[in-house]
Every structure is written in C-alpha cells, then in structure tokens.
Design a protein around this ligand. Structure first.
Ligand code: NAD
Length: 321
C-alpha cells in the first residue's frame, strides 16, 4: 500500500494536473462510465464535528475509493485546519487498499479545477473582468485557477467581512492584475465571470445584479439549506453542474427546483459539454451558471494522479496494509 502524506501534495501535483484529472472524470460521468455512491454526512455528537464519506468508481480509469473526513470547528484553536480529509484508493480488481492520500490540499485543488473547467468551457472568450464573492480558505485556489482560463485584466471582489479580501488582492498581485473591493451592484455590473465561494445560507447575489452574457461558477453550496444566489437567477440562466442528483439536493439548484422555477431535467452535466454532446454557451447574451457541488469522483481522480506522480518521482512511501 502506498502512502502519500499531506505534506508532499503541494510539491507533487499542480493545478494543471488537477484540471486534467477532473476534466477526464467529468467526461466519464456524462458517459455514465463513472458514478458516485450516495454521500454520507453525519453530526457525530462529539467535538461539534460533521463527518462523512464521498465515494465512487470510474470504470475508465479504474479509480475506486472514498474520501473520508469532514469539519471540526474547534481545530483552528489547536493549530489545525477545520476541514480534514483523507482519500483511500482501492484496487478495482482485488479490493485491496492501494493508497492512502492526504486530502486537504487536494480538496481545494479539485474544487478550483471544477470552476476553472466551467470557465474554460462556458465563459465568453472575451471575458475581461473576474468577480469573486467570498474570501475564505478556498477563494485563493479558485482565483488562481480561474485566472488561467481567460485573459482577465481585472479582479473585483466582495466579502461579508471586507478585511479578508486582502487574501484575494495578494493573489491578483502575484499575477500583476489589478484588484478592487466593490459592492455587489458594481461586481455584477462589471464582471464577465463570477465565482461564489461562501458558506452562506441566504442569497447574496440577486438576479437583477447580473448582466446578460455572464458566466457564474457557484461553488459554495454543497449542503442542504446553503444558498449563494437568488433562485430566480437560475431561471434566467442555463444551468450546468457536475452531477444532477447532487445539484438538486445539496447544490445551488436545490432552491430553484424546489420552488418550481426550473425543472431538474433542464440541468446539464458539464461532462456533456466536455464530451461535445452539448454545445455549451449558445450566444454572447446567454447567462451560464455552473452549480459545482463537489463529487467523490473528483477526489479519487486527483488522488490517483498524486499517487502516479509520487511513484514516478520516487516519493511514494510503501507500507504493508
Ligand atoms: P471559509 O470558512 O474559509 O470561508 C467562508 C466564506 O464564506 C468567507 O468568505 C465568509 O465571509 C463567507 N460567508 C460566511 N457566511 C456568510 C454569509 N452569511 N453571507 C455571505 N458570506 C458568508 O470556507 P471555505 O473553505 O472557503 O469554503 C467556502 C464554502 O465552499 C463552504 O460552504 C464549503 O462547504 C464550500 N466548499 C465547496 C466545495 C465544492 O466542491 N463545491 C469544496 C470545498 C468547500
């Protein structure tokens, strides 16, 4: 069995490697050759923790396994990350445990890869201004991956607590791109692409604040009850997702579907656009919205890449299972 510890991940796998791995597994999902198993997420009644599993199998790559972990709100006080996860890969031919991989950084990288994929396939080619809503842990990974997708000339950002926007300003500065903190009206009026990455339980961005032609990647809503944009915005947009079952239950589309504003059957898997079976954006005035809910197969895909890279670079630690 191979162990790839959390501390090795940063030096092992790039955002580009994660983009490729997630793009391939989204394509496999749309071809129905990869599927996610039902998600388990439980409040365990200890340390205020939420713990669970995301798992699946990709018959194309033979990635089989699960990500196990969750949220421990008191970890920060102990100098640890609140979100903790580990990815376990199994040999699809024998069921033996093949690898154990640190999942914390990989979660941020695979989530950023998903929104970056949506931008590459759905945003207007001439997109110039990127809008960021949210400035928490995930946001800087989101911003870095998004900036690689179009020739953005400016980043505008909004956060509930504006002081946290320094995090985004620092990433924009790394890329020599101007950053400006703005209100939500200006963000919607200026941005060609908008990423939402918050843990909000009420709509932040309203439909009237978004211009025709905008692409949105709504990445924060991954639980029943969370919401980042007004449900009417989904009715005004063409809605894409990683997985429809999650989109309508725990994703941003849960509200629009429950209110009867959009039928679940109108939601398109991004993998269909990657595979070329759906044309994607239909014109410069269309609003496209990607509901990124986060699936277990993304974790398995990036963990498999990390294991391959660890083996090829001689960094894999082998232990007896
Ligand atoms: P974080 O705790 O570091 O940051 C939370 C962000 O949400 C901050 O910007 C905060 O200001 C904002 N926020 C909190 N409450 C808000 C409110 N009521 N209104 C507006 N903004 C509010 O969290 P993070 O690690 O950056 O994760 C952000 C979100 O992304 C979480 O909801 C997390 O569950 C989700 N997430 C999704 C995926 C996925 O695959 N889709 C993966 C990882 C995390």
């Amino acid at each position: 069995m191979i162990v790839v510890p959390e501390r090795e991940i940063a030096g092992l796998i790039s955002a580009a490697d994660c983009f490729t791995a997630v793009e391939q597994v989204f394509a496999s999902m749309a071809q129905k050759s990869a599927y996610n198993f039902p998600v388990i997420r439980e409040a365990i009644g200890h340390a205020d923790a939420l713990y669970g599993f995301k798992s699946g199998f990709d018959r194309e790559s033979l990635a089989l396994g699960l990500k196990s972990g969750g949220f421990w709100p008191n970890n920060a006080a102990k100098g640890l990350t609140n979100h903790q996860s580990t990815i376990f890969l199994f040999d699809a031919d024998t069921g033996r445990c093949h690898a154990v991989v640190g999942g914390n950084l990989l979660t941020a990288l695979r989530t950023a890869a998903a929104s970056a994929i949506s931008i590459r396939y759905l945003a207007r080619q001439d997109a110039k201004v990127l809008g960021m809503i949210g400035a928490g842990h995930q946001s800087k990974f989101q911003l870095r991956a998004a900036l690689d997708q179009r020739a953005f000339g400016k980043v505008v950002g909004w956060n509930l607590h504006p002081e946290a926007l320094d995090r985004l300003a620092a990433v924009a500065e790394e890329r020599d791109i101007p950053f400006e903190a703005v209100d939500l009206d200006r963000l919607g009026a200026e941005a060609d692409v908008i990423i939402t990455i918050t843990s909000s339980f009420a709509p932040i961005l309203k439909a009237a604040q978004v211009r025709p032609g905008t692409h949105l990647a709504c990445m924060g809503t991954d639980t029943r009850g969370k919401q980042e944009v007004e449900a009417g915005l989904l009715a005004a947009a063409t809605v894409f997702t990683d997985e429809i079952a999650q989109s309508v239950t725990i994703g941003e589309a849960q509200h629009a579907v429950a209110q009867g504003l959009i039928p679940a059957g109108d939601i398109i898997e991004i993998g269909a656009v990657i595979n070329g079976t759906h044309p994607g954006r239909s014109g410069a005035e269309e609003i496209t919205l990607f509901d990124g809910t986060g699936v277990g197969l993304q974790d398995l895909a990036v963990a498999s890449s990390a294991v391959d890279l660890a083996i090829s670079k001689g960094l894999a630690v082998e232990v007896d299972a």
